[in-house]
Design a binder for this molecule. Structure first.
Ligand code: PMV
Length: 311
């Protein structure tokens, strides 16, 4: 029996989350944690494993069906297997949207068109998050490092960045946020509506930091990475998307000479998802997280985007 397997990576945002929803730039990187989708025929009709993926899975199939103009996609068994923590700012839902779209394309022997896969995945992301920037699905589709900017609904500009060398980055899990991405984006929108001048000013400052980050990555400028991450985090804190618990943790990381920032939507009530941590001597971070009993893992940035797994 024909079995198709496809995978797509999760992501982190180096700079520009939230501001990117309002047309400001962001820098995203694909990380070496992937989500796998396997598709085969099923006599029992539509099956999805795990079942939690059912609602979004069905929605995704409807979108794909409409787009590919196929009549029926019910007789399929879809298995999802993921290394990306769910709801922690690592783009798990986008990786799912990209991987399921690509897997169905492949199963139906449709041409492998990243542009089309990305477009459909964006539609699926809208169902999940309401008003996404489209950055998450784009990085999961294309992989690597991306400069991304949503000029309008119909014009999303992105460019791959050639990043030659980068120091080690670590991810520390501050706990799954109580709020989902859609709720965090709505929270910022309400703030924006209430205090437009103040929030625009924050976004403009974020753009300045994002551009400095870009010049650092392209080796046009030898900025201090620690300062860049700290500046980034401070702006996100001013935007109110980082919980007290996470802010305190980040302060401790700064005290031992490192820096950290949330990546993605964040979270206010409890955890803020994963934070991206850096120290010029990583051993300090490892000792610290061991002492504090925290989950830490090293990540490789800039990995391959969506790909076929069984060829
Ligand atoms: O938390 P995540 O992985 O869903 O990332 C969301 C990033 C935001 O900028 C907050 C929203 C978006 O659509 O870009």
């Amino acid at each position: 029996m024909r079995v198709v397997k496809v995978s797509a990576p999760g992501k982190i945002i180096l700079s520009g989350e939230h501001a990117v929803v309002y047309g400001y730039p962001a820098i995203l990187a694909a990380v070496d944690r992937r989500l796998f989708v396997e598709v085969k025929k099923s006599k029992a009709g539509f099956e999805i494993i795990p079942q939690e993926g059912g609602t979004l899975g069905r929605y995704a199939l409807e979108k794909i069906k409409g787009n590919l103009k196929v009549k029926d996609l019910r007789g399929l068994k879809i298995k999802i297997d993921s290394q990306i923590p769910i709801g922690c700012g690592m783009g798990s839902s986008a990786a799912f949207a990209v991987a399921i779209t690509a897997a169905i394309f492949e199963f139906l022997r449709k041409p492998w068109k990243p542009e089309k896969i990305n477009e459909i995945a964006y539609e699926i992301e809208k169902k999940q998050h309401g008003n996404p920037s489209g950055g998450d699905n784009t990085i999961s589709t294309y992989g690597g490092f991306l400069w991304y900017r949503k000029e309008s609904e119909g014009l999303k500009i992105f460019r791959p960045l050639e990043v030659k060398e980068l120091p080690d980055f670590f991810l520390i899990n501050t706990g799954k946020p109580k709020e989902n991405t859609g709720e965090m984006v709505t929270m910022v929108k309400n703030l924006y509506l209430k205090f437009p001048t103040r929030i625009e000013e924050l976004f403009r400052k974020m753009e300045t930091v994002t551009k400095e980050f870009l010049r650092f990555l392209l080796k046009e400028e030898s900025s201090d990475l620690k300062e860049l991450i700290m500046a980034n985090e401070k702006l996100l804190e001013s935007l109110g998307v980082v919980s007290l618990k996470t802010r305190q943790l980040i302060q401790k990381i700064e005290k031992i000479g490192g820096a950290a920032k949330i990546s993605g939507a964040g979270g206010v009530k409890k955890g803020s998802g994963i934070i991206l941590a850096y120290h010029k001597d990583p051993q300090f971070l490892l000792n610290f997280t061991q002492k504090e009993n925290l989950d830490i893992f090293k990540v490789k940035l800039g990995v391959e985007g969506v790909r076929k797994e069984n060829e």
